[in-house]
Write a protein that binds this ligand. Structure first.
Ligand SMILES: Nc1nc2c(ncn2[C@@H]2O[C@H](COP(=O)(O)OP(=O)(O)OP(=O)(O)O)[C@@H](O)[C@H]2O)c(=O)[nH]1
Ligand SMILES: [Mg+2]
Length: 364
């Protein structure tokens, strides 16, 4: 049996045409269609639910707390009954006459069958030069990561056997748009891939969701499956923010200290106020940037943000204590001064990063 997954976000005007195209192309073939909609503001889910009345091979999954193409496809696959799982865009860009060929290719032994825009006979349609160049670059980077030989690892139109899906499932990283790439990075090396030429068409109605954010998510994905295996991206971001925080601390110190300076000399009181003021400024800066960027997925708002800030202060204070304890211990046993300071700072960073992940931004 074939399960066709149609991920949708604001495709209300296209979904009825898509369902009938799929059904016409699969006449006589045992199949089901699963629409996975992320609670679209244009009520695609409602249009789809109305279409599902009286059809027992059309199912709708409406997700209210999740957003993202890759994770939508995985949720669709998880709900599917078929032994072959297929995904297709719901905007009309994928030629439904290939459905049967992709299905048959997997039935005849391929682990994955891809509608490929870059093999002979395929095309990307009417892209401007910039999008074509970006896609070429992304494709080259992607190919270098794949376990198997493939020409178009970034296609959104492919079929996969249940067996191969199950094997890759525990390792998947459903970030962003590129679900096929994620499979090709995680399938067993022995998986056979068949590519069938696809002429990428024009979107019917509505707008593309391929935003800049999706492109950044792609870069993040590349990091996650390479260096990120050893050092998680959030930790790298946290360190970058911390590094910028040192600059903010320094500038804030100079500004506040200048207010207390009289004839080029600074009292102990003035120095203390400047240090405390600068530290607090840096803590606020770090918190805001971490909340907006490092932990964007678990971003805190309103009251939760204020409570989160207090937790962040506590975590930073503990980080400072850990820093102090380790560096002064190393110094007391005779280590060189600079090494003590560096190791102490590193322990402090890892300590408050861990505390903040556990306490402040728990749902990353
Ligand atoms: N469930 C779900 N579906 C999505 C999401 N983003 C995109 N989609 C669907 O995924 C398919 C592909 O999205 P498009 O915006 O057409 O992306 P694209 O085809 O790569 O880019 P264009 O060529 O610019 O259209 C469409 O059916 C979208 O409705 C999402 O966050 N959640
Ligand atoms: Mg599209």
């Amino acid at each position: 049996m074939l399960s066709v997954i149609l991920p949708t976000f604001n495709e209300a005007k296209n979904i009825a045409t898509m369902v009938s195209r799929v059904q016409n192309s699969l006449e006589g073939v045992d199949h089901e269609i699963i629409i996975v909609d992320d609670n679209s503001p244009d009520h695609t889910w409602k249009v789809a639910q109305d279409l599902a009345h009286g059809r027992d091979n059309l199912h709708i999954i409406r997700r209210i707390d999740k957003r993202g193409l890759s994770s939508a496809v995985i949720d669709g696959f998880l709900a599917a009954k078929g032994d072959v799982l297929l995904v297709m865009d719901a905007d009309g860009q994928h030629d439904s006459s290939l459905l049967l060929q992709l299905y048959r290719a997997v039935e005849e032994g391929a682990g994955i069958a891809i509608g490929s825009r870059y093999i002979e006979g395929g095309s990307v349609g009417q892209w401007d030069e910039r999008r074509y160049a970006l896609s070429q670059l992304a494709t080259k980077l992607a190919i270098s990561l794949c376990k198997v030989k493939v020409v178009d690892p970034m296609s959104g139109f492919f079929a996969i056997s249940r067996d191969v899906f199950e094997k890759a499932l525990p390792k998947l990283n459903p970030k962003g748009f590129k679900i096929l790439l994620d499979f090709l990075v995680h399938v067993p090396k022995s998986t056979t891939v068949k590519e069938i030429p696809l002429q990428f068409g024009e979107r019917m109605a509505g707008e593309s969701k391929l935003s800049r954010r999706v492109q950044i998510e792609f870069l993040e994905y590349l990091y996650d499956v390479t260096l990120g295996v050893w050092i998680p991206l959030v930790f790298v971001k946290y360190c970058i923010v911390g590094f910028l925080g040192i600059g903010v601390n320094l500038i804030a110190y100079m500004v506040i200290a200048s207010l207390f300076r009289e004839h080029a000399s600074l009292s102990v009181y003035g120095f203390s106020v400047a240090v405390i003021g600068a530290t607090q400024t840096a803590i606020v800066f770090n918190f805001l940037l971490n909340n907006a960027w490092t932990f964007a997925r678990a971003r805190l708002r309103g009251i939760a943000m204020i409570i989160g800030f207090l937790k962040f202060e506590v975590a930073c204070a503990f980080g400072a204590i850990a820093n102090f304890a380790v560096s002064s211990y190393l110094f007391s046993i005779g280590w060189t001064e600079l090494l003590c300071v560096i190791i102490g700072a590193m322990v402090g960073v890892v300590w408050n990063y861990t505390m903040n992940r556990l306490l402040t931004w728990r749902h990353v």
